[in-house]
Design a protein. Structure first.
Length: 496
């Protein structure tokens, strides 16, 4: 997600006069202050603020309390990790957007387990305030934790500690976008598809392997003048180096990270005896990335130095893999060329249901050690209620459909709402438009919740960063794969 640096919203909810005292927790009149650190762009930020206004009205009438939401300007994910740990001793947030890797980093800085990061299991399972328990708030009994998509919920439970330490808010995954005008010309020359009709070709593109895509990429490279893309630089552009390598490992049944006797181990660590075969097989897969990169058919954000969107729109690449949450950045100007959308080609052998990466904001709940336990418990209680309100089916759909245009809801019941139905299957006869979001939402739904999550621990964020560097080095350097992996592991262990 590309977070924007935004000014505070000048609204009744985010009043500037209250920000000056955000470190104290509660104002003199007993207002319960919920501070929400976030990475949101303007659309989602406004959407959250609008939903809080509705939530505030309902809760204050029912509980006879006064609530206030404080949303400081948007930060990057890295800035959140760098600042939240320091803030928590002087007046930090009650809620923060974070990836599980980042939550693990904060846990490592707590000192005492649970001092900052709250295990949300007791809240979810509470007979009084648990998911689906408060009908006055608008909840229904069926909206319990089983209604949250299991792979999204599991993502916040992959820690060394038992519990749930972050909860999904809105999600995305990677999708494939392609220049359909060029690709269809290539399919007419590709031995596996040249006899297919248009429907069969579309089915093929929706379920092809990565190796098959690279074979098509070679045809495009060999015919770039004929296909009217003479400025072609790299046929395939993968935005996330680390996601490409990690997904390749997992879809081939290999270990990326795990726990052994309660301690984290790295699947790419050749010095770990139990990972010997894993590393040997991984090197074979990484060699494929190197071959594609060295041939000029494939590049990545780290190797190229920027995201794929500009290159795609200027026909310097033909296939791009990026977040569904950012798909709108790659939509070409009207009339330039037709864009196709599909699941990311799979690595490995399972074409039907390979697991894909889960992305998008999750929320962690935190204690502020500068205030009393009583103040913390009140903040957490109402922050939890607000979270439940944000993920109610219609609310979550409104935030994803109207305010994000790229993310998808996190609970099953949201996909049964009329609003979501119109996005997936717009009635074009009545004037409902088929947008890029219609295409991306259909691709995400076609994955059928087959998303993977990775074990997180102190240093797991650095592990992912070092995988990015390793993939860039595979493409840009001549260092041996053994040396690249040794550097990756050595630099990661400095932070474990």
């Amino acid at each position: 997600m590309k977070a924007n640096k935004l000014l505070l919203l000048a609204s009744t909810i985010l009043a500037a006069s209250t920000l000056a005292g955000c470190g104290g927790g509660s104002s003199d009149d007993g207002t319960i202050k919920i501070t929400f650190d976030h990475t949101f762009g303007e659309g989602i930020e406004k959407g959250v603020a609008a939903q809080f206004a509705k939530f505030k009205s309902i809760v204050e009438a029912h509980d006879n309390v006064k609530l206030e939401l404080i949303m400081p300007p948007a930060m990057t994910y890295k800035a959140i990790v760098d600042t939240v740990g320091m803030e928590l001793t002087t007046g930090g947030p009650t809620m923060t957007v974070a990836y599980p890797d980042h939550v693990a980093s904060l846990q490592a800085r707590e000192g005492t387990a649970g001092r900052w990061i709250v295990d949300m299991d007791p809240y979810m399972k509470s007979s009084e305030v648990g998911l689906g328990k408060e009908s006055w708030l608008g909840e229904r009994p069926a909206w319990d934790e089983n209604d949250i998509i299991p792979t999204y919920l599991k993502e916040g439970q992959e820690f060394a500690r038992t519990g749930t330490y972050c909860l999904p808010f809105m999600k995305s995954t990677e999708i494939l976008q392609y220049n359909a005008d060029v690709v269809l010309q290539a399919l007419a020359k590709y031995s596996k598809t040249k006899e297919m009709d248009a429907t069969q070709k579309q089915t093929f593109l929706s379920s092809m392997s990565f190796e098959e895509m690279m074979e098509i990429a070679q045809i495009i490279e060999d015919n770039k003048v004929e296909f009217q893309c003479p400025d072609l630089e790299n046929v395939v552009f993968y935005d996330s180096d680390s996601n490409m390598a990690i997904t390749q490992l997992i879809q081939n049944g290999l270990v990326y990270s795990d726990f052994k006797d309660g301690q984290p181990i790295l699947g790419l660590d050749a010095s770990e005896a139990s990972m010997s075969e894993n590393v040997t097989r991984a090197k074979t897969l990484l060699q494929k990335i190197r071959n594609w990169g060295k041939s000029g058919l494939l590049t990545t954000k780290a190797a190229y130095g920027n995201y794929s969107s500009t290159s795609f729109k200027s026909r310097k690449c033909i296939f791009i893999v990026g977040s569904s949450g950012g798909a709108g950045y790659s939509v070409p100007d009207e009339g330039d060329f037709n864009t196709g959308y599909a699941r990311v080609p799979y690595f490995g052998t399972d074409a039907l249901h390979p697991d894909y990466v889960s992305q998008g904001p999750s929320i962690a709940f935190l204690r502020d050690t500068s205030v009393s336990n009583e103040v913390n418990e009140l903040r957490l209680k109402y922050a939890w209620k607000f979270y439940k309100y944000l993920i109610m089916p219609n609310t979550n759909v409104a935030l994803t459909v109207n305010d994000s245009q790229g993310y998808v809801p996190i609970r099953k019941s949201a996909y049964a709402t009329p609003t979501w139905g119109k996005i997936i299957s717009p009635d074009t006869e009545s004037g409902e438009e088929i947008t890029y979001y219609t295409h991306t939402a259909n691709v995400v739904q076609s994955i059928d919740y087959h998303f993977y999550s990775t074990k997180v621990f102190k240093g797991s964020d650095k592990y992912r960063e070092n995988v990015t560097t390793a993939v860039k080095d595979l493409i840009k350097s001549d260092d041996s794969i053994d040396d690249i992996l040794a550097t990756l592991v050595r630099e990661t262990k400095k932070f474990m």
